[in-house]
Design a protein around this ligand. Structure first.
Ligand code: FEO
Length: 399
């Protein structure tokens, strides 16, 4: 896509990856993504980030449409993950920048990715500035949002925060701005991105938001590394980030299970009925019909997480093992949980699931096991668990 000048002498020079579906090897991206890079022109010109190596031709075309490569003075590397530094080797060779601005960890990561000790690294910290003549960039370390090297850039004259992975959405669109899109749709995709990428680093989100407040920077626009640029809903997006980072929850429960002969599925449905009867919003996921990314996107604001599995070879079914491993890594906290499952003779899976909930520091309300096929009385117990969980959900969600 063509470059877009969205502020005076500030250009989007990114690439839309319409066909991406596997994000970083672990998250689903059903709507594709974009890799956003930016050119800022003052008396000196800077290129902020590159894109995935697979998109190099489109990237250099976009950059060259706004500035000849030899007229770029500096590179800023906000993040070394290859979706943003994939064209860095070629960019350095063709641009020959005077300096490459990055964090200390950014330099270390570039050395271990590209093995070029001869590049002109310039390590910066929060509070340091780069005057371009007509534009001024203030650097902001964004450690762990999403890697230890992440950094943001604030363009002082425009109130523009280039936020790297923070505020990203995996969304391939021809539109470049949030005010050209439906806000709720954007917020959903930003939430899914948060749940799958940023959630484990929520403490760092709160620190970064606090640091921006201390610095007193008025933020009029946020330009992330993925998805659309925020200019119509900046306050709402910051509010959502604050809420997600605090792990605030709604009157909502997520039931995730896998089943062999549908007995565990019957238990899941009965638990859901009890919750729904009490007016709780419920999302039920059978792991054979969904991706773990879809589940955690719903867990983001759910007060209850209820895990079920049949027992197979003394353990949970493999798709639940994947789900639990993925969810634990994302560190959802402060929820209530329960575990359930049908079994034939040994029946270890529900206990293993409840242990996983405890490792996620969730309060386990109950662990239900049913031998083989649930009878009506067993399903009544499951439904009653749903009702009891609704009370816990209300307490957590402040209803
Ligand atoms: Fe968009 Fe952490 O890379």
């Amino acid at each position: 896509m063509a470059a877009v000048e969205f502020l005076p002498n500030v250009y989007w020079v990114g690439v839309v990856d319409w066909n991406l579906r596997d994000f970083h090897g672990y998250a689903a991206a059903p709507r594709g993504t974009t890799y956003n890079a930016y050119v800022i022109k003052g008396e000196k010109t800077v290129l902020v980030d590159t894109v995935s190596a697979a998109c190099s031709r489109a990237f250099f075309e976009a950059v060259e449409a706004v500035v000849p490569l030899e007229a770029i003075d500096y590179l800023v590397v906000n993040h070394v993950e290859p979706d943003h530094s994939g064209c860095l080797m070629e960019a350095v060779e063709r641009i020959r920048p005077e300096k490459i601005f990055c964090t200390a960890m950014g330099k270390a990561f570039m050395l271990s990715h590209y093995h070029r000790s001869d590049w002109p690294y310039e390590v910066v910290q929060t509070g340091q500035s780069l005057p371009l003549g007509g534009k001024t960039i203030d650097f902001l370390e964004l450690k762990m949002l999403h890697w230890p090297d992440n950094m943001g850039c604030y363009v002082r004259e425009d109130g523009l925060l280039i936020s790297s992975d923070a505020f990203g959405q995996n969304w391939a669109t021809s539109e470049r701005f949030d005010d050209e899109m439906d806000f709720n749709e954007m917020a959903g995709l930003m939430g899914s991105y948060y749940a799958n990428i940023i959630l484990p680093f929520s403490e760092h989100v709160l620190k970064a938001l606090g640091r921006v407040e201390e610095l007193g920077w008025p933020i009029r626009m946020i330009a992330p590394s993925h998805g659309v640029i925020l200019r119509g809903h900046v306050e709402e997006a910051v509010g959502l980030y604050r809420r997600w980072a605090r792990q605030e929850v709604a009157r909502k429960a997520v039931i995730v299970y896998d089943t062999m002969w549908k007995s565990t599925a019957l238990m899941a449905e009965a638990i859901a009925e009890g919750l729904i009867e009490k007016g709780v919003t419920v999302r039920v996921f059978h792991m054979k019909a969904c991706h773990h990314s879809d589940v955690v996107a719903e867990v983001l604001d759910a007060a209850a997480v209820i895990l079920g599995s049949s027992t197979h070879n003394n353990g949970m079914l493999p798709l639940m093992a994947d789900m639990v491993r993925y969810m634990e890594g994302l560190r959802p906290r402060g929820r209530v949980g329960a575990a359930f499952g049908s079994y034939g003779w040994s029946g270890e899976a529900p206990k293993q699931l409840s242990e996983a909930l405890e490792r996620m520091r969730m309060k386990v309300c109950d662990v239900l096991r049913v031998k083989n096929v649930p009878a009506e009385a067993d399903l009544a117990v499951c439904k009653d668990l749903g009702r009891r969980l609704a009370g816990e959900v209300d307490a957590l969600a402040g209803a």
